[in-house]
Design a protein around this ligand. Structure first.
Ligand code: HEC
Ligand code: HEC
Length: 366
């Protein structure tokens, strides 16, 4: 009760400033411009670009320095081998890196992914870069950790088609893996389990962070962003994007209804999304708000890869998620800002390591 009193002067100050702005703006305009152009002037304001204001930065946070130099321990090395090993798929034809290609920001560039035995998925491949920071994994947020997610993911017939039995048989049959699991998980019996498999891939994937110019700017290097990019930050906030895309990852903290302001056209708008996981009516059409980091490199966009251009998805997001129409100029400003979020993961982690040879009992491709 008492603390509320402190707000009164602050509130009064805000209102006073607001009034002052209202008073000065029309006077300045009527002095410099004839009345006939006032209407035109206000249309221009509706599509104009806002000024950058450092207060707008409150919605964001930097990925801390240090992620460029991760500690690469035995568990991480094992995870890196697994990430590049196509023998984990039923057809020995796809590895994690086939879809999450680290040479292209952790995606495959296709609208929907193609899994083992050329199985088409209905979903677009999201990036694994910075995925370690997300509060949930999968477009429908079906798992809370990468460790848990990957075991189900590998078994998915549209992805790698390798159930737990075949997975464990494969890992145990490769002498180099038997040794590497023993080394990384010396305290566990057995060293090879779906649990340790998930943990090894988790340890590796959770080091694929990528800082960008944006982080340098947030850390205090004011020369890291151009004026046009800062205008883009202001436009991003002004357009209401930060209601969902905020924090360190500009997303990846919540699920939201697709088409919350205006229904999204089918088929994108008719995907049941998270409903398939929870069977709760409130989750129909709910999707994880994806990170916008590296978004300039991860086209096409959306859970179904239905939109190819970043300008277009920006305008559609404003229309369907916020209920605002953006001009070309406003969308371009936001896209300029999104370009500052592009960064590379640690170099040592993106190359394919040498893989241990198969043993006599290694399951053959099916
Ligand atoms: C056939 C292509 C393909 C392969 C192979 C593949 N993935 Fe995926 N991955 C996807 C798709 C598609 C999704 C989104 C699935 C969904 O949400 O329905 C995804 C989602 C993910 C996510 C969640 C990211 C997020 O932002 O929600 C992680 C983490 C991940 N994969 C890691 C891996 C790892 C590790 C492997 C190897 C064991 C792997 N993936 C193999 C296509 C693939
Ligand atoms: C009410 C929440 C909400 C708001 C507000 C919102 N978004 Fe989104 N955004 C989402 C969700 C949910 C998705 C995932 C949609 C899907 O794949 O079906 C998404 C996806 C995106 C994508 C595609 C990312 C990818 O990897 O495919 C971009 C780009 C994007 N949003 C930008 C914006 C911009 C720019 C704004 C402001 C104009 C904005 N969003 C406002 C919830 C929101």
């Amino acid at each position: 009760m008492r603390s509320a009193w402190y707000l009164v002067p602050a509130l009064f100050f805000v209102v006073a400033c607001e009034n002052k702005r209202r008073e000065t703006a029309p006077t300045a305009q009527s002095a410099s411009a004839p009345t006939s152009s006032v209407a035109g002037g206000s249309t221009a304001t509706a599509s104009a670009l806002p000024a950058f204001d450092p207060e707008k930065l409150a919605a964001f946070a930097a990925i801390p320095e240090g992620v460029e130099r991760p500690e690469i321990d035995d568990e991480t090395k094992l995870g890196q081998m697994l990430f590049f090993d196509a023998r984990l798929s039923r057809g020995h034809d796809v590895s994690c890196s086939s879809c999450h290609d680290l040479a292209r920001a952790g995606v495959d560039g296709a609208a929907q992914s193609t899994g083992t035995k050329k199985q088409k998925s209905k979903r677009n491949t999201p990036t694994v870069l910075n995925a370690g920071g997300a509060s949930a994994q999968g477009w429908d947020a079906r798992a809370s950790t990468i460790e848990e997610f990957v075991v189900v993911h590998v078994a998915d017939p549209e992805i790698m088609g390798t159930d737990e039995k075949r997975l464990l048989a494969t890992l145990s049959s490769i002498p180099g893996y038997a040794a590497a699991f023993k080394k990384a998980y010396s305290d566990e019996t057995p060293a090879i389990s779906t649990d340790t498999f998930g943990r090894a891939l988790g340890a590796y994937t959770k080091k694929l962070f990528a800082r960008s110019r944006w982080d340098k700017y947030l850390d205090g290097d004011k020369s890291a962003l151009t004026d046009a990019e800062l205008t883009g930050v202001a436009m991003f906030v002004e357009a209401g994007c930060t209601a969902c895309h905020q924090g360190k990852y500009l997303g990846a903290t919540q699920t939201q209804k697709l088409g919350i302001a205006k229904p999204w056209p089918p088929p994108t708008g008719t995907d049941p999304g998270r409903f398939e996981v929870t069977k709760q009516e409130v989750d129909r059409g709910m999707f994880k708000v994806p990170t916008l980091r590296n978004v300039t490199r991860t086209a096409p966009y959306m859970h179904d890869g239905s939109i190819a251009s970043l300008e277009e998805v920006t305008k559609l997001m404003a229309r369907h998620q916020v209920g605002k129409e953006l001009s070309d100029e406003q969308a371009a400003a936001i896209v300029a800002f999104l370009g500052t979020l592009t960064g590379d993961p640690p170099k040592e982690l993106v190359t394919k390591p040498e893989l241990p040879p198969s043993g006599p009992k290694t399951p053959k491709p099916e």
